[in-house]
Design a protein around this ligand. Structure first.
Ligand SMILES: Nc1ncnc2c1ncn2[C@@H]1O[C@H](COP(=O)(O)OP(=O)(O)OP(=O)(O)O)[C@@H](O)[C@H]1O
Ligand SMILES: [Mg+2]
Length: 368
């Protein structure tokens, strides 16, 4: 087990592209850290630099307190699992699992013990004699994970290892990984762009954009207090609704809709009174029942379409006299024809505002 510390890390690819810029991140010993961000933001590059598969252009990388910038990947004692896991096709599952240990001349008895334990943990104990071609995608993925696990490395680096799995298997592997982390206590850096994985698996989420870190924090902290519109609009599905508004000292107008500002928020937003702002409204803060929120204001929403998901219905609608769309979480029995109007009670205590130019949140931490 080991901490991983990135200090002012840069990656400049030979073609001159700056894929990672000034990234500093301290991952605690035993921590489960999620790297989240849109495609191309530098997640894999960051992970590959930690593993030693990419050179570091500038900055310092420490694993377990030792500077490892120039240490060979094989000597860093970290295991990486890729999205496109490459198993050795000519080897059995057992041989795939034990290969790394055999290379290191670990005693046979120890190898057999570890392979049996890990195979049991991953539920692949009865597949040990098979070749990869005789396995399903999910089974192969578990073997790939197992191959990393038997090594008992200081840290696991997982690059979207679940993204090739179907929804059900993915959900069960998610749970397995969380349990594994609890059992082994090994440091894990897990790259994903899956919202659910990010929220449920990690102790902290590190959100990246265009090669830089935008926000790091516990999942609910990042969810409740996004630092800017990018994080607000990226996390969760559907994400926070972001609408243009006009702030006054005691109210906020979004087109024709006027929301009174609760007393508690007036001071927090005072710096921007009289200015245009971006208004952030989470889809779950709209309620059909009038008494669902203590400080609420009515908002009329015109239905564009509804997405009936089973446990809930997502209403896609617009505010009166406005074309900007917003998403609202509704109970599973909610129905609305296109063009029909519904009055929701919006929970004003959850209102979030962002500076229109910098896109930064106006400080008002929401309780987690
Ligand atoms: N060898 C390379 N040479 C030049 N540019 C590269 C190279 N590898 C990656 N890039 C670029 O660096 C940026 C970051 O790539 P990276 O693979 O780290 O993104 P990512 O966040 O993992 O994206 P995804 O979610 O799609 O996997 C991308 O714009 C990519 O095109
Ligand atoms: Mg990637």
């Amino acid at each position: 087990m080991a901490s991983i510390s990135l200090s002012n890390i840069h990656k400049l690819y030979p073609n001159g592209y700056a894929a990672v810029r000034d990234v500093s991140l301290d991952i605690r010993d035993g921590e489960f850290m999620i790297l989240l961000g849109p495609s191309g933001c530098g997640k894999s590059t960051t992970l590959r630099m930690i593993a030693g598969l990419e050179t570091i252009s500038a900055g310092d990388l420490h694993i377990g307190g030792a500077r490892v910038n120039d240490v060979d990947p094989a000597d860093r004692d970290v295991a990486i699992v890729f999205q496109n896991y490459a198993l050795y096709p000519h080897m059995t599952v057992a041989d795939n699992l034990s290969f790394g240990l055999r290379l290191r001349n670990v005693e046979r008895r120890i190898i057999e013990g570890r392979v049996a334990t890990i195979a049991g943990m991953l539920g692949i104990g009865d597949l040990l004699a098979r070749k990869p071609a005789q396995l399903s995608g999910g089974q192969r993925q578990r073997v790939a994970l197992g191959r990393a696990l038997v090594r008992e490395p200081k840290a696991f680096l997982l690059d979207e290892p679940l993204s090739n799995l179907d929804a059900k298997l993915r959900a069960s592997m998610r749970t397995e990984l969380i349990k594994l982390h609890r059992t082994l206590g090994t440091t894990i850096v897990h790259v994903t762009h899956d919202q659910v994985e990010a929220m449920t698996m990690g102790e902290r989420i590190c959100i990246m954009k265009d090669g830089v870190i935008v926000q790091v924090g516990a999942p609910m902290e990042v969810y409740r207090n996004p630092v800017n519109t990018f994080v607000a609009g990226f996390l969760a599905s559907p994400p926070m609704n972001l609408l243009h508004g006009m702030l006054d000292s005691d109210r906020i107008s979004i087109g024709d809709v006027v929301l009174p500002l609760p007393q508690s928020l007036r001071r927090a937003f005072a710096s921007h009174a009289g200015r245009k702002v971006i208004v952030g409204l989470r889809p779950e803060d709209f309620h059909l029942k009038a008494d669902a929120a203590p400080v609420a204001a009515p908002i009329e929403v015109v239905s564009v379409t509804t997405e009936v998901l089973g446990p809930e219905v997502i209403l896609v609608g617009t505010l009166k006299n406005s074309s900007a769309e917003l998403h609202i979480r509704c109970p599973r029995d909610f129905r609305s024809e296109p063009g029909a109007m519904t009055v929701f009670n919006y929970d004003l205590s959850q209102l979030q505002l962002f500076d229109i130019e910098t896109t930064t949140a106006l400080m008002r931490p929401v309780k987690i």
